[in-house]
Design a protein around this ligand. Structure first.
Ligand code: FAD
Length: 653
């Protein structure tokens, strides 16, 4: 699909300088701007779907760069990573190659809120992402800053780089992260940057302002990095990763892919630390009168100055000391993100137990950047105003690598579908956290950097990490996102789980053949009832392994040997135990869907609906929901207003 054209040379007189530019232009199906987490997944998704794709980024050495904490996953975020993986994405696979500590959070709670988290080796992660990108068929990578978008009418047709190269495309995915008009703050000093060590995207930021897409400013921050050699870890608490079993992220991952595993450590702030922070507030870009930060920061990832301000009665906060990787002596002190002046950062760090002699290797800072109001996007992340232009990642007002990656995959796949002339692909809230994320963004917008939580999903019992593949891989295969190796592994797992559940359903146990103490343990005192193995597994206190170990009084196995693969066995256990709840949830989803799926025309005349308040009408006009379900989720749109809409639609059908 790739077309090259080199016309020229042509001379232009500009002032006193004589240019002889090569009028170089190239054409692709999909152009992705930015090689962060959204950009990498967008480019990979488009290329996997078979369209010619170009990834244009500032610097090829920062592909997959983690701007802040080198960790992937956590509650809600881990769910997104597994979904991206189930759809063929790179994040989980790269984490399995780069993770230096893996943990399952909420292990003792129900499977819906269990989540995988990994500490990554920053440079191994970059390397893994780069290898995946380089190895992807149909994908080209080019290092250049994009300064301009090329439009024809209301459609984007390409982009122009800093040195004037033109790349034309049928669809463009913009994933510029924190770089658009990025402004870094340390104390009262500030300067333009995309993040520490990287230039901002100022020309592109200005061009997007000209296009009058609704936008605002947000901010985020990062802590100073500490030299591990200067920390006395004996004064801190060690926090090892999980060992039995060692978790993996990707459905194709294996623990033997992980590099050497290391522990993290925990220390705490104290009254003196808090006093130091308070003493610097008069030079804080956030809190002092001379401070210039306008953007709103992430409520769930607050800076240490925010924490001390908001939770003034708390005498101490936890600080996790997280290694950045085997080839780095830097420690990421998770919990003290700050934009206070450097002298305050230095004193704060030295007030922490174990860090009395610590040396800072990089200062902490905050960054402000432009984002675009995501209510002006379709659910497939294409802008409503400019056809063919998709936005994904931090530019949509989210925060986090995982949120960015998930949007990147959705936008990249849809850009490819558009290039192929196919219908857009969307996910709804009952199918995936990715559906919840996209729906929250396009219907509610953001007032602060948005991050994912399990509490955002109303159907979280069905949207578990463990079944992300069962929910999504088939869909990914139909779209062309899932390759043969993943598909084969998925089919093997799906079929083995189904066959095993069938076997358990059909195999009945005669309690009379069991020893009396086993009968009692299994609550099988009634000898006239012969429950199936599935009935037994449904009991909260019976685990799959214990069931497979059941023997009759002579020692012969009754149920085993069962499935050897732990992931398959876990899936059988979860499906058996939660079937009742999940079935009830499915019925409720069906009921609500019937109403929520009702389409609302894009040119719907809200002024014609009698009884709608002006405020509700304006909110609906601003968001232009595609369905009744989307309308109902817009904040301020009451159930009564939804009923009025439904009546109006029915009357005018
Ligand atoms: P990015 O990872 O920012 O990638 C953007 C990419 O686009 C870069 O490769 C850049 O070079 C490229 N690019 C930009 N403009 C152009 C252009 N004009 N031409 C070519 N290439 C371009 N997340 C959290 O979850 N918690 C936190 O506490 C947190 N703190 C953060 C602190 C800081 C200081 C920063 C910078 C980020 C922080 N993040 C945090 C956010 C996290 O880094 C982002 O959410 C994530 O990286 C977003 O991914 P992205 O792909 O959207 O953008």
């Amino acid at each position: 699909h790739v077309k090259h054209s080199i016309a020229g040379p042509r001379s232009i007189i500009s002032g006193t300088i004589l240019f002889s530019p090569m009028n170089y232009s190239e054409e692709f199906d999909v152009l992705v701007i930015g090689g962060g987490h959204a950009g990498a997944e967008a480019a990979l998704a488009a290329a996997r779907m078979g369209v010619s794709t170009l990834l244009l980024t500032h610097n090829m050495d920062t592909l997959g760069q983690m701007s802040c904490n080198p960790s992937i996953g956590g509650i809600g975020k881990g769910h997104l990573v597994k979904e991206v993986d189930a759809l063929g994405g790179a994040m989980a696979w790269a984490t399995d190659q780069a993770g230096i500590q893996f943990r399952i959070l909420n292990r003792s709670k129900g499977p819906a809120v269990r989540a995988t988290r990994a500490q990554a080796d920053r440079s191994l992660y970059r390397r893994a992402i780069r290898m995946i990108l380089q190895g992807q068929k149909n994908l080209m990578i080019f290092q250049q800053a994009v300064d301009d978008l090329i439009l024809e009418g209301d459609r984007v047709v390409g982009a122009r780089t800093q040195i004037g190269l033109v790349f034309r495309a049928r669809a463009v995915v913009l994933t510029a992260g924190t770089f658009l008009n990025g402004l870094m703050h340390v104390g009262l000093s500030h300067y333009a940057a995309g993040r520490a060590g990287d230039p901002p995207a100022t020309s592109l930021g200005e061009r997007l302002k000209e296009l009058k897409l609704p936008q605002g400013r947000l901010k985020t921050g990062t802590p100073p990095r500490i030299d591990a050699k200067t920390i006395d870890f004996s004064k801190t608490e060690i926090q090892p990763g999980d060992t039995d079993p060692v978790p993996v992220f990707s459905f194709l991952g294996r623990a033997d892919m992980h590099p050497e595993q290391v522990p993290c450590w925990i220390t705490h702030t104290n009254e003196r630390s808090h006093e130091i922070v308070r003493s610097g507030l008069d030079r804080s870009p956030m809190y002092s009168e001379q401070g210039t930060i306008e953007g709103i920061g992430p409520r769930y990832c607050p800076s240490i100055e925010d924490k001390i301000h908001r939770f003034a009665d708390k005498a101490s906060h936890q600080v996790f000391l997280e290694p950045e990787g085997a080839s780095s002596c830097e420690i990421y002190p998770n919990g003290i993100s700050t934009s206070l002046p450097f002298d305050i950062q230095f004193a704060l760090v030295r007030s922490l137990p174990g860090l009395e002699n610590a040396r800072i290797m990089r200062p902490g800072y905050a960054i402000e950047y432009d984002y675009f109001d995501p209510r002006h996007l379709h659910a497939w992340l294409e802008t409503r105003a400019i056809r063919g232009l998709f936005f994904a990642g931090q530019v949509n007002g989210t925060t986090g690598y995982e949120e960015a990656a998930a949007q990147g995959l959705l936008a990249g796949a849809n850009a490819a579908l558009q290039a192929l002339g196919r219908e857009p692909w969307t996910l709804d809230r009952s199918q995936a956290y990715l559906g919840v994320l996209a729906d929250d963004l396009v219907t509610k917008g953001v007032t602060e950097p948005y991050r994912m939580f399990t509490s955002r999903a109303e159907y979280r019992l069905s949207l578990r990490e463990d079944n992300a593949d069962l929910r999504l891989t088939e869909m990914g295969r139909t779209l062309g996102l899932v390759d043969d190796a993943r598909w084969d592994a998925f089919c093997r797992k799906r079929d083995a789980v189904e066959a095993e559940i069938q076997r358990l359903r059909e195999t009945r146990v005669n309690p009379a053949v069991l020893d009396a103490h086993v009968r009692e343990r299994m609550a099988l005192q009634r000898l006239d009832r012969h429950p199936s193995l599935l009935d037994l597994l449904r009991r909260p206190d019976v685990e799959y392994d214990a069931l497979m170990a059941l023997r009759d009084a002579q020692g012969a196995p009754l149920a085993g040997p069962g499935l050897a693969d732990p992931a398959q066995a876990e899936q059988v256990g979860i499906q058996a135990k939660y079937a009742g709840y999940v079935d009830r949830q499915r019925d409720e989803i069906e009921r609500q869907k019937a109403q929520a799926d009702q389409a609302v025309p894009q040119d719907f005349d809200y002024a014609g609906v009698a009884g709608l308040s002006t405020e509700v009408r304006q909110r609906l006009e601003a968001s232009r929901p595609a369905t009744i379900g989307q309308a109902a989720r817009i904040s301020g749109v009451t159930p009564a207003a939804v009923s009025l809409l439904l009546v109006h639609l029915k009357r005018h059908a």
